[in-house]
Design a protein around this ligand. Structure first.
Ligand code: SF4
Ligand code: SF4
Ligand code: FES
Length: 249
C-alpha cells in the first residue's frame, strides 16, 4: 500500500481550480478507481462520467497529466506517482462541472453526415456479395467507441475552435467507414470538402496517437478521403471529364 495524490480540476462552466486529494492506492488500480475512491471518501460531489469500466463505452474521457486518455484504462503503475497526477476535463468541448464536458456538438455533427445508402441487392433473394478485403478495410473504423479523445486533441477544434467548419477526426473516420463501405453508393466527397472541412486537417497525426482503439485515423481514414477530394476537385483531366459528363460527377 502507498499513497498517491490526485490534482483534480473542480468547478463549474470553466471557472474553478485544481484541488489535491491524497488516497491510499493498491496494485492494479486505474485512474477511474482513484476518482471513485476520492468521490466516496473526500469529494462526494465530484462530477464525472463513466459506465463500463472496460474501455468500451467511451464516457470516462479526461486529460491525465495533460494527455487525453480513458480514466478506466489508465493504470496507476504507468504514471509517475512521486508527484500529483493531474486529472482535468477535455478542453475541446464546453465545460459543465468538474470532469464533465458537454459533448453534444458531436451528436449534431454526426447527423450532418449523409447516411449509409446501399446499392440494390446483388441477388434475387435480396442479398449482396462483397469481397472479404473490402469488408476488412472498413472493419477497423467500426471499433470507434466515440470517446472523442481524438476530437479533444485535434488543434483545429481544441486551439482554433473551428467547430462550425470542421467535423474532426472522429467523424472523418465515420465518413470513411461509409465512403469505403463496399455496398454504399452515397457521395460525400463534396460535403467533405465544402461542409466538413477536411482541408483543415494538416495530418499532424495527434488524433491517431490518442485513440484508445488504435484506429489508424490519419493514414487509413483521413488521407484516403483527402485523396478522393483531390481526385474529384483538383485533377485537371477529371475536371474536364466532369464538365462534359451528363451527370456532372
Ligand atoms: S491529423 Fe488532422 S484530424 Fe488528426 S489531430 Fe491532426 S489536424 Fe486534427
Ligand atoms: S476514433 Fe478513437 S479516439 Fe476518436 S472517438 Fe473513436 S475511439 Fe475515440
Ligand atoms: S468507463 Fe467506459 S470507457 Fe471508461
Amino acid at each position: 500500500m502507498a499513497n498517491a495524490t490526485f490534482r483534480i480540476w473542480r468547478g463549474d462552466q470553466g471557472a474553478g481550480q485544481f484541488r489535491d486529494y491524497t488516497i491510499e492506492i493498491s496494485e492494479g488500480m486505474v485512474v477511474l478507481d482513484a476518482m471513485l475512491q476520492i468521490q466516496a471518501s473526500q469529494a462526494f460531489d465530484l462530477a464525472m462520467r463513466w459506465n463500463c469500466k472496460a474501455g468500451k463505452c467511451g464516457s470516462c474521457s479526461a486529460e491525465i497529466n495533460g494527455s487525453p486518455k480513458l480514466m478506466c484504462m489508465t493504470r496507476l503503475n504507468t504514471l509517475p506517482l512521486e508527484r500529483p497526477v493531474t486529472v482535468e476535463p477535455m478542453k475541446a468541448f464546453p465545460h459543465l462541472r468538474d470532469l464533465v464536458t458537454d459533448v453534444s456538438w458531436n451528436y449534431q455533427v454526426k447527423k450532418r453526415i449523409k447516411k449509409f445508402k446501399p446499392r440494390p441487392p446483388d441477388a434475387p433473394d435480396g442479398t449482396w456479395r462483397m469481397a472479404q478485403k473490402d469488408v476488412d478495410r472498413v472493419q477497423e473504423f467500426r471499433k470507434c467507441i466515440e470517446c472523442y479523445l481524438c476530437q479533444d486533441v485535434c488543434h483545429v477544434l481544441r486551439d482554433h475552435h473551428m467547430h462550425d467548419q470542421f467535423i474532426g477526426p472522429r467523424f472523418l473516420v465515420y465518413a470513411a467507414a461509409l465512403e469505403m463501405h463496399p455496398l454504399d453508393v452515397e457521395d460525400r466527397i463534396s460535403d467533405l470538402k465544402e461542409q466538413h472541412g477536411i482541408g483543415l486537417c494538416n495530418i499532424t497525426k495527434c488524433c491517431t496517437k490518442v485513440c484508445p482503439e488504435n484506429i489508424t485515423i490519419t493514414d487509413n481514414a483521413i488521407i484516403p478521403l483527402k485523396e478522393r477530394v483531390v481526385d474529384r476537385f483538383f485533377d485537371p483531366l477529371l475536371k474536364l471529364f466532369r464538365i462534359f459528363s451528363p451527370n456532372g460527377r
